[in-house]
Design a binder for this molecule. Structure first.
Ligand code: MIG
Length: 796
């Protein structure tokens, strides 16, 4: 496109720098032809570049940025040289050439991190009056690219061109683009050094990773500003964490939201919902949430209930709650044009709906028929929208699911370009607001659910979003298909979302369109239980997709994998806490586990979950295992306790009753007993699986009430488990901080992989009788019960 456009219209470039002014962390470079570059050192590692072409900057505004982000002040040095300016932070060196405003960034060892090719340039688009703003960078030797949200491409984006224009893509496939989300953030890796690039521009945008020209990576947007953040790693995880801090982290979800969820388009009437609920409890398959799709409403009118299908919602929701089920309902943006419908009346009376350029209300057909659409970019509209959730929450609804918010409109796809938006006081057209519409809807929804769920935590989920949307809702990967390829895609998309700041993601397990075979369903479920959001969803006209729909044998396997999810719950919750606290991605592609090993660069099936687990799904039929690349270090095969050395390809034996799953040597993995739903029983013992390693390792456990906001005031418990192992011994130290007191008083410690026979055991300096340690011959593990507050356990 760079060249196509260039053929027809003129590309414009900055002139030479005439002057420079600076104050604190802000540097302004004024060029010959009215171009200004504003460089802001946000931190020592995050540098913002903002360009103006008409001699002035418009009001600075972004929906992406977190309001609570507190950057650490950089340490700076500024120098003017004959042909360039140089800004040096504690970590990087930024050079800006006087001749043409070209930018280069080096790390402290002098390695080039990024370097402009043609640099910033633009084109004036006569039709819209917008500037098409572009930048091009040289591809560095051996450079690889990752990120960009939900893209359905191979993990490594080199050689691809992608587009951000949120779209309802029913039955998309590998390489379909654009999809639902708009996350203009990528991560570059070369010479084992990682950096991030966040192009904060909500217009339709494109990224070309050495696709058009093999030595150039470029990106551009159809309007708005050239406004990007460079983020220095050098570690991949740090790049994602910084981006996530910049664009915001969610709050902790209620613990039940990490349980298993069951969804369908649609479960109705009440009797059917009850059958589904009973189906879980009768078969003892754990489940925390059941969803109602659009058919629960009266003629698809949001915030109404179908009188025939759900005559007494509050009673039904309560009865389900008594049995441990939380109910989540869908809410779409389209409000039916219907004079007798109160939501429509209120929206109309208060002028809350979007308007066309010439004044009429924006009309579009979606499920209810012709609809108007709230302008979620106005604070008072969000406030109104939030208030609409009062009755739903009062009926006991615990979560809300936002769909169709790309925004999607039948036939025409989305809104026409001329539709107007307030954009929080920065009035604009759909061209600019399209990509943030879904995010602002999710924001308003979260605001309402949060308010009325109080003192409990809200749960919201959205299909579309822009950078920063992770603050407001969980997400899923949209309308996928029950095929092996789609399961493969789900794995990549969830990892990619995670490294793009959006960890709370999952796929429609088993596929939304079509019916999976039992085998595919089980393989997919086995993967899904290791995704932060774990929900089976399918469209109604393609048969049943409950965990018991595929015969007895598969039902048993489904139960087993869902039970595993509940056993790993404290580990998943800890991983979530690390995400909301540090911005650490919950899922990590293999390259994130070892960027110093180039064998990981093109891998995409294997991923890390949290600190200590490695998962690799089987995405082919009739397999009894698979080859995978295990990162360096020693790993335990979860199912057998076999110790496997990484840094090479290994074969993981995994018939349908297993998913390749490895535990890092030295790890301590916390587990809960199986429950049918979160909070079913008070946890009486926490199990700590300790995996011996020759050497030291540290693991974490976070616990709190699992709901409410006490954790924000210290009512939580952070435990660190430090293990040190030798060929003769194992020491485990536990240190705890925080005020939370868990229900359990004991820990069940399971020792894995001891390379010696136990002769003595000491707990907090007291000898333990060996008779208190039981050996499991199958796995060669040793189990003992200890006081939950133990500090040190030594085994020899
Ligand atoms: O036009 O609400 O992606 O999860 O079940 C289809 C019905 C609208 C699309 C969502 C899907 C949901 C379906 N929706």
């Amino acid at each position: 496109m760079l060249n196509d456009l260039a053929n027809k219209k003129g590309e414009l470039f900055a002139g030479a720098i005439l002057d420079c002014k600076y104050e604190n962390n802000d540097f302004y470079f004024y060029c010959e032809n009215n171009v200004i570059l504003h460089v802001k050192a946000v931190t020592d590692k995050i540098i913002r570049f903002r360009y103006a072409v008409d001699g002035d900057f418009p009001r600075d505004f972004s929906y992406a940025l977190s309001e609570t982000y507190q950057p650490e002040k950089p340490t700076l040095e500024f120098k003017e040289k004959p042909d360039h300016y140089r800004i040096t932070t504690n970590r990087i060196i930024i050079t800006i050439w006087k001749e043409n405003l070209s930018v280069r960034i080096l790390d402290k060892s002098g390695t080039i991190l990024i370097e402009d090719e043609r640099g910033f340039h633009w084109e004036y688009d006569r039709e819209t009056g917008n500037d098409i703003v572009k930048i091009s960078k040289k591809v560095q030797g051996g450079e690889h690219y990752y990120g960009l949200g939900d893209k359905a491409f191979n993990m490594n984006l080199r050689g691809k061109r992608v587009q951000n224009w949120g779209s309802d893509t029913y039955g998309y496939g590998k390489n379909s683009d654009p999809l639902y989300k708009n996350i203009p953030f990528y991560i570059g890796l070369h010479q084992k050094i990682a950096y991030g690039m966040f192009f904060d521009n909500s217009f339709r945008s494109y990224f070309d990773f050495a696709a058009e020209r093999s030595n150039v990576t470029s990106y551009w947007a159809m309007g708005g500003e050239m406004n990007y953040y460079f983020i220095y790693g050098p570690e991949l995880v740090e790049v994602t964490a910084q981006y996530t801090n910049l664009t915001g982290k969610p709050e902790l979800p209620p613990l039940w939201a990490l349980g298993y969820h069951q969804c369908k388009w649609s479960y109705y009437p009440e009797q059917r919902v009850k059958e589904i609920a009973a189906g879980f409890r009768d078969r003892q398959i754990p489940c925390d949430a059941i969803y109602l799709d659009i058919d629960y409403m009266e003629g698809f009118r949001c915030f109404t209930w179908s009188k025939d299908r759900f005559p007494e919602p509050k009673r039904m929701v309560q009865e389900l709650a008594d049995d441990g089920f939380k109910m989540v309902v869908i809410i779409d943006p389209g409000i039916k044009i219907d004079k007798d419908y109160w939501v429509y009346q209120e929206g109309l009376a208060n002028d809350y709906f979007c308007r066309r350029a010439d004044g009429p209300l924006m009309k579009g057909s979606v499920w209810p028929g012709l609809c108007n659409f709230p302008d979620f970019t106005r604070p008072n509209v969000r406030e109104w929208w939030a208030g609409l959730f009062k009755d739903l929450l009062a009926s006991g609804i615990k979560g809300v699911w936002n769909d169709m918010n790309e925004p999607a409109v039948f036939e025409q796809g989305t809104f026409p370009d001329d539709v107007r938006f307030d954009y929080d006081g920065n009035s604009c057209s759909h061209k600019k607001a399209h990509n943030i519409y879904g995010m602002q809807m999710a924001r308003a929804t979260n605001q309402g659910v949060k308010k009325y769920a109080y003192p409990n935590r809200p749960f919201t989920i959205t299909r579309s979003g822009y950078s920063g949307v992770q603050r407001f809702a969980a997400t899923w990967t949209g309308d996928n298909i029950a095929s092996w390829e789609h399961m493969w895609l789900a794995n990549i998309q969830c990892q990619r979302l995670s490294i793009s700041g959006y960890s709370f993601a999952g796929s429609d397990i088993g596929g939304f369109i079509d019916t999976p075979s039992g085998e595919l369903y089980i393989r997919w479920l086995a993967l899904g239980v290791f995704h932060p959001f774990c929900r089976t969803h399918s469209s109604g006209d393609h048969g049943d997709q409950e965990p018991w729909s595929f015969g007895d044998e598969n039902t048993n396997l489904a139960r087993k994998f869902i039970q595993l999810r509940y056993q790993f719950m404290p580990y998943m919750y800890t991983t979530f806490w690390q995400y909301v606290t540090y911005g650490t991605p919950m899922l990590k592609p293999l390259v994130y586990l070892d960027q110093y090993d180039s064998e990981t660069y093109l891998r995409m099936a294997e991923f890390g979950l949290g600190e200590n687990l490695l998962v690799c799904p089987i995405t082919q039929p009739e397999a009894d295992g698979r080859w995978l690349y295990l990162p360096r270090g020693n790993w335990y095969y979860y199912w057998t306790d076999e110790i496997v050395a990484g840094g090479k390809e290994v074969w993981a034996e995994a018939k349908l009753d297993r998913i390749p799953l490895y535990v890092q040597a030295g790890a301590v993995i916390p587990m809960y007993p199986v429950q049918q739903y979160v909070g079913e029983k008070a946890i009486e013992a926490l199990t700590l699986h300790v995996y011996h390693k020759n050497g030291a390792h540290q693991s974490t456990l976070f616990e709190d009430a699992g709901d409410g906001y006490g954790y924000q005031n210290g009512d939580c418990m952070i435990k660190k488990f430090a293990t040190v192992g030798t060929t003769q011994s194992l020491n485990l130290q536990q240190t705890a901080t925080g005020n939370f007191t868990p229900t359990y008083k004991v820990c069940k410690i399971v020792l894995h992989g001891l390379p010696f026979e136990i002769t003595t055991a000491e707990l907090d300096e007291q000898t333990i009788a060996l008779s208190q340690i039981t050996k499991d011959d199958a796995l060669q593990t040793y189990t003992l019960l200890v006081n939950a507050n133990f500090q040190s356990l030594t085994i020899r």
